[in-house]
Design a binder for this molecule. Structure first.
Ligand code: CP
Length: 360
């Protein structure tokens, strides 16, 4: 059966799930209302440029108490549901503080244990309930495609509201990719920009949703070179490599971390996603990963270019030695802070108050 996209009606989930990724992205184009942020592939270069300018502007306004007070009036009548059915520290707190900065009241469900889904309620009914009370849903879930499915449910409800994917399964973490791109652009602002740089993504590239989303966004800055560095069993999917090759990105795949370090302008470390590892394979994948081969330590710093930057989406296990935290090239704590500002800007775009902020 051929799935047919009709711009004027919302397909059922059963129909939508048969769409190709290109059709899904077309359906959730960012000029449609309500805006749903689901995939890194939704973002155009224009969108990223606008978000970069807006993020910088919000940061600047928030430097004064008067500015902070003004920002907190912008969305004061809006309510947000933070539905986090998987653990989170940064994404949850940065969205919570972003909502607060923009004057929004937020409520949270942080465990399915406290949701009526535990009593057998379908998640469709749970999502429709959110649309009765809130103006935005921010969702983290371990189930693949849950965010898209929830967006379809919202679009079919009587009160369609926007949804942001705050991390879905192993697939996508689009807002982490936005803050990573912001950090990369900021770091290379006076060094010729992000294009033509070499970025090395290290670690569990098979199941790490942050690297999958970031790799896709890096394509917006082509020509650019990406080195994917992982043990063989945790290598990046062929589908991502094919996408990047189609988008003028040159890629190298390697298992050799140390040999490639001196070539990089940015090294992006990640942890083993052991929450997705079954008990049988846990031992072998942990063994492969917890070797010094994929850990950045003090001894590596001399191999890095003086202007290279070190990134990590966090949380970390042992991928970056703690003594590196004070090196001026370490950007991972800046990423944490940038996450809040980037999410403020994203919320401002969703609620169409961008011009008001830029005119301030
Ligand atoms: N980077 C990130 O998603 O962190 P949390 O899991 O703590 O939200």
């Amino acid at each position: 059966m051929t799935a047919h996209l009709d711009n004027h009606t919302v397909p059922s989930w059963d129909l939508f799930r048969k769409f190709t990724i290109e059709k899904r992205i077309a359906f959730f184009a960012l000029d449609r209302h309500p805006v749903h942020i689901l995939y890194a592939r939704q973002f155009t270069r224009t969108f990223l440029d606008e978000l970069y300018i807006l993020t910088n502007k919000i940061r600047l306004i928030a430097k004064t108490n008067h500015g902070k007070s003004w920002l907190s009036t912008l969305l004061e009548n809006r309510r947000v549901m933070l539905y986090f059915a998987q653990p989170s520290t940064r994404t949850f707190l940065s969205f919570a503080t972003a909502c607060e900065t923009m004057g929004m009241r937020f409520y949270d469900v942080r465990s399915l244990e406290t949701s009526s889904e535990m009593k057998g309620e379908t998640f469709e009914d749970t999502i429709r309930t959110f649309s009765s009370y809130f103006d935005l849903v921010i969702l983290r879930h371990a189930t693949p495609n849950y965010a898209e499915h929830a967006a379809i449910v919202l679009n079919r409800s009587r009160r369609p509201i926007p949804l942001i994917n705050a991390g879905s399964s192993k697939d996508e973490h689009p807002t982490q990719a936005l803050l990573d791109i912001f950090t990369l652009r900021k770091s290379f602002e006076k060094l010729g920009g992000l294009s033509r740089k070499t970025v090395m993504l290290v670690g569990d590239l098979k199941r790490g949703r942050t690297v999958r989303s970031l790799a896709v966004l890096l394509a917006q800055f082509a020509p650019i070179h990406i080195i994917f560095c992982a043990p063989k069993e945790l290598a990046i999917d062929d589908e991502i490599i094919a996408f990047l090759k189609d988008h003028n990105v040159t890629c190298t795949q390697t298992t050799d971390f140390e040999a490639n370090l001196p070539k990089t302008d940015a090294v992006y470390m990640t942890r083993t996603q052991s929450e997705y590892t079954d008990a049988k394979s846990l031992a072998s994948s942990s063994k492969a990963y917890h070797t010094a081969a994929y850990t950045l330590t003090q001894k590596h710093l001399n191999h890095l270019k003086p202007n290279s930057i070190i990134m990590h989406p966090l949380p970390r296990k042992n991928e970056i030695a703690r003594e590196i935290d004070n090196d001026p090239r370490a950007m991972y704590w800046r990423q944490v802070r940038n996450g809040m500002w980037t999410r403020c800007a994203l919320i401002a775009k969703i609620f169409n108050i961008e011009k008001k902020i830029l005119d301030h």
